[in-house]
Ligand binder design. Structure first.
Ligand SMILES: [Zn+2]
Length: 382
């Protein structure tokens, strides 16, 4: 590696000075090469660092041909000395996620021999895939054990074994690797070939929280969050639950029971209301028996309710039944039903005259109209 990797020497370095040894224009900026850098380039499942070089924003960092290249918004003079500053909050968050993932993966590997076969740190949560199933009860135990590793505040060991040492070092890897292999060890929990940057001790990972686990290919996909993300996520979940608890007047740890009870009550009420509406429809329809064509307004019906009432009236009136529900401000829902003839010409005419849209079959037209009750009555009178 031609660029000295300061992030390996000191993963806590936030500011550094370096010499510019290359600067070339590219799409969207300039690729800048330094003699040394604390900017971690994208790799090993970990996103690159962002920050500034002499106050110029660094938009991307990649490893290319044995060099680390920084995509800068403006050019830097080759041969000059620059001050680098990395966005520490972003880097620390990424390190918390990555080390947390190693702890979880190490425990799962020890318990089941499964490999971590996919790793992605998203904007909000991290996704980790494993090549075998895990039941929910064991998952809770794994989460607990991972947090025990945090509480012990164990120093991490990142090292490159000598060629002679390497064969006797046990570590997780996706494939056979040639020397040199960088090992990231969480003593007692994990040993893994990894090029990422990590926190110094497990205590810095903070809370490790598994959010979900679903079947994925032959194994599982787990969503988890660590550290500041975990705290932020759990705060938001707690706030949601606090509001639910207030709304339902339920204890904060009994909101699920309350929500279930209310949901069951709501279903029962809906069933009861639909029975009452049916009886009401029959009573309204009886007023129109053998009256021929009928125009009827009824407040507060759903589109299904409008149709049911139109159906009830059409079955007794001996002509077509047009039922409207709504108000002049938000518009009206309409359903026209007939037991004989073709309603499509009437529907098309109403749509045109009353600023509406809709459609249907010969015996049933349904639509919505942005108009007033007076205009509707005028139209049907005509
Ligand atoms: Zn790693």
């Amino acid at each position: 590696m031609e660029t000295l990797q300061l992030y390996y020497q000191d993963p806590n370095m936030r500011e550094f000075t370096a010499q510019v040894i290359g600067c070339e224009p590219t799409e969207g900026g300039y690729w800048v090469v330094l003699d040394q850098t604390a900017f971690y380039p994208e790799g090993g499942g970990q996103a690159c660092d962002l920050g500034t070089l002499n106050e110029i924003p660094v938009l991307d960092v990649q490893e290319r041909d044995e060099r680390i290249v920084h995509l800068c918004q403006a050019p830097l003079v080759v041969g000059s000395t620059v001050e680098g500053r990395i966005q520490w909050e972003r880097r620390f968050d990424l390190m918390q996620q990555h080390t947390g993932e190693h702890i979880i993966s190490g425990i799962i590997h020890r318990l089941f021999g499964y490999s971590n076969c996919g790793f992605h740190v998203g904007d909000h949560v991290m996704e980790v895939d494993f090549d075998g199933p895990i039941d929910p009860e064991t998952l809770a135990k794994i989460e607990w054990e991972a947090n025990e590793a945090v509480w012990q505040d164990i120093p991490l060991k990142c090292w490159i074994p000598s060629p002679e040492e390497l064969p006797s070092v046990r570590y997780r890897t996706k494939r056979e690797l040639p020397w040199p292999v960088r090992i990231v060890e969480v003593p007692g929990y994990d040993s893994c070939a990894c090029c990422g940057v990590h926190v110094s001790t497990t205590g810095q990972v903070g809370l490790i929280k598994i959010l979900s686990c679903v079947k994925f290919h032959q194994g599982i996909r787990m969503e988890l969050v660590c550290g500041q993300r975990a705290l932020d996520y759990m705060r938001r979940v707690y706030e949601q639950n606090r509001l639910v608890s207030q709304t339902f007047s339920a204890q904060i740890l009994e909101t699920a029971d309350a929500a279930k009870r209310i949901s069951e009550q709501l279903a029962a009420e809906k069933f009861r209301a639909s029975g009452l509406q049916k009886r009401l429809n029959t009573a309204i329809a009886a007023q129109y028996a053998s009256r021929g064509n009928v125009l009827h307004f009824e407040p507060d019906l759903t589109s299904a309710g409008v149709r049911e009432l139109a159906d009830a009236i059409a079955s007794v009136c001996g002509g077509w039944a047009a039922v409207y529900s709504g108000d002049d401000e938000s518009g009206y829902g309409l359903c026209i039903i007939t037991t004989q003839g073709d309603l499509r010409p009437l529907g098309a005419e109403a749509t045109k005259a009353l600023n509406g849209r809709g459609g249907g079959k010969p015996n049933c037209f349904q639509g919505s109209f942005k108009t007033t009750r007076a205009e509707i009555e005028q139209f049907f009178k005509a």
